[in-house]
Design a protein around this ligand. Structure first.
Ligand SMILES: Nc1nc2c(ncn2[C@@H]2O[C@H](COP(=O)(O)OP(=O)(O)OP(=O)(O)O)[C@@H](O)[C@H]2O)c(=O)[nH]1
Ligand SMILES: [Mg+2]
Ligand SMILES: [Zn+2]
Length: 353
C-alpha cells in the first residue's frame, strides 16, 4: 500500500481525482487547521501548509476551504519543509455546525469521517436531549454514529443499564457502549471497532474523557487531559485543536475540543433520521402541511396524547426543526455578505510573502 492509502486515500477519492489538478500537483491530507495555516501529511510526517492565493480567491464560502480530514492538492517546497494547497477534493462526509454568534454561518468540524463516537459521561454529563443533537449532526453528515457512555467506573451497573435503555429508546439502531478509561472496561471492544484505513472522530462536551480515551486506545499518556474541576475553573477546553492522529492498527482518529453546546443546528435530513418515528407518524397526519401544533387529525398529537410518543421528545423535535428552518434561511441571506470570510481572506493574504 502507498503512504496515501495508509492514511485513507481510498477508491472513493481516487475516482474523484481532478485531471488538471493532479497533472500539476500532489495529494495530501489535512491533519489540523490553525488560524491562517494548516498541517498536512502524505502519510510520512507532517508539514506546515498555506493556501494558494488562487484557491483563497476562487472559494466562495468558508465551507469551501479545507478542514481537518480533507484531501487536498498540494505541493511541497524547500526540501519538504512547507507546502502550498491548491484545491480541495470532494468530501465523502462532512461534520459541521452552526457557528454560534459568529458571522460565518457554518463551522466545519471535520471531513471524510467514517465513524463518529459521541461521548457522554454517565456521572454528570448525561443528557438525552443533547445526545439527540449530536446524533442529528452526525446523521446529517452521512456518518455512522456510535454512542459511548464514559466513566462507568463511577456508576453502579444497574444504573448504567437503565441509562443504556433510555438511550436505546431514542437511538434503536445505534451501538451504545459504556466504558471506563480507569478500569479499561470495554476499551478493547472500542479498539475492535476501529478499521484499518478508516477515519473516526471523538465528539462530546469538555471533560467527558475524549482525550483520555484516545490515550487508552494508544496505550500511553501521549495527549494532554485535565480534571473536570480544572476545566470548569479555567473555563477552557483541554484539547484546543482538532487533530488527525494515525493509530498503529492503521485507523485514524480526530480528537476534538469539547463543544460547549451544540447551540443552534442547521440540519435537516439529520433531524428526520434522528426522529424517524416522528417522521413516520407525520405521514399519517390528515393534512399534508400539518404543523403538528393544533390541527385536527394530527397523528403526532394523537400519539403524544395516547402516550405512544413522549411529549419531551416531540418538543425537542419541534425545537430543532424551528432552529433548522431559521438557520437555513439566514444562511442563504447572509451568504452574499459574509464579512468574516472577507476578513479571513485579508488576514491570510497579509501573511503571504
Ligand atoms: N472516573 C473516570 N474519570 C475519567 C475517565 N475518563 C476520563 N476521566 C477524567 O476526566 C477528566 C477529563 O478528561 P479529558 O480526556 O481531558 O476530557 P476531554 O473530553 O478530552 O475534554 P476537552 O479536551 O476539554 O474537550 C480527566 O481528569 C480524566 O482523568 C473514566 O473512564 N473514569
Ligand atoms: Mg481533550
Ligand atoms: Zn400533524
Amino acid at each position: 500500500m502507498s503512504n496515501l492509502e495508509n492514511i485513507g486515500f481510498s477508491d472513493w477519492f481516487k475516482s474523484r481525482v481532478d485531471e488538471q489538478q493532479s497533472a500539476a500537483h500532489g495529494v495530501a491530507r489535512i491533519v489540523s487547521v490553525h488560524k491562517d495555516s494548516y498541517m498536512v501529511t502524505r502519510g510520512d510526517g507532517e508539514v506546515y501548509a498555506e493556501l494558494s492565493g488562487n484557491l483563497l480567491f476562487s472559494t466562495e464560502s468558508a465551507a469551501g476551504l479545507p478542514t481537518t480530514g480533507d484531501w487536498v492538492y498540494a505541493d511541497y517546497f524547500d526540501d519538504d519543509t512547507h507546502a502550498i494547497i491548491y484545491g480541495v477534493f470532494p468530501r465523502k462526509t462532512l461534520l459541521k455546525r452552526k457557528a454560534a454568534g459568529k458571522l460565518v454561518d457554518y463551522q466545519l468540524i471535520a471531513a471524510n469521517i467514517d465513524g463518529a463516537f459521541i461521548i457522554q459521561s454517565l456521572n454528570e454529563n448525561f443528557n438525552l436531549r443533547r445526545l439527540e443533537r449530536y446524533l442529528a449532526m452526525v446523521n446529517e453528515g452521512g456518518i455512522e454514529p456510535v454512542i459511548l457512555l464514559s466513566k462507568c467506573d463511577l456508576m453502579p451497573s444497574e444504573e448504567v443499564r437503565e441509562i443504556k435503555n433510555s438511550v436505546r429508546a431514542i437511538a434503536p439502531h445505534t451501538a451504545v457502549i459504556e466504558f471506563s478509561n480507569l478500569s479499561r472496561e470495554n476499551i478493547d471492544s472500542i479498539v475492535g471497532m476501529l478499521k484499518n484505513g478508516s477515519t473516526y472522530c471523538l465528539l462530546g462536551s469538555s471533560g467527558v474523557g475524549k482525550t483520555t480515551l484516545l490515550n487508552s486506545i494508544i496505550g500511553s499518556e501521549e495527549y494532554e487531559t485535565k480534571s473536570v474541576s480544572k476545566i470548569q475553573s479555567k473555563g477552557r477546553h483541554t484539547t484546543t485543536t482538532r487533530q488527525l492522529i494515525r493509530l498503529k492498527n492503521g485507523a485514524m482518529i480526530i480528537d476534538t475540543p469539547g463543544m460547549r453546546e451544540l447551540g443552534s443546528l442547521s440540519v435537516d435530513d439529520g433531524i428526520d433520521e434522528t426522529f424517524a418515528e416522528i417522521l413516520e407518524l407525520s405521514q399519517r397526519c390528515e393534512f399534508g402541511d400539518c404543523s403538528h401544533t393544533n390541527e385536527k387529525g394530527c397523528a403526532i398529537l394523537a400519539a403524544v396524547k395516547a402516550g405512544d410518543l413522549s411529549e419531551q421528545r416531540f418538543r425537542n423535535y419541534l425545537k430543532m426543526r424551528n432552529e433548522s428552518d431559521f438557520n437555513q434561511m439566514s444562511y442563504l441571506e447572509k451568504r452574499e455578505k459574509d464579512k468574516a470570510f472577507g476578513k479571513l481572506i485579508k488576514t491570510t493574504m497579509k501573511n503571504k510573502r
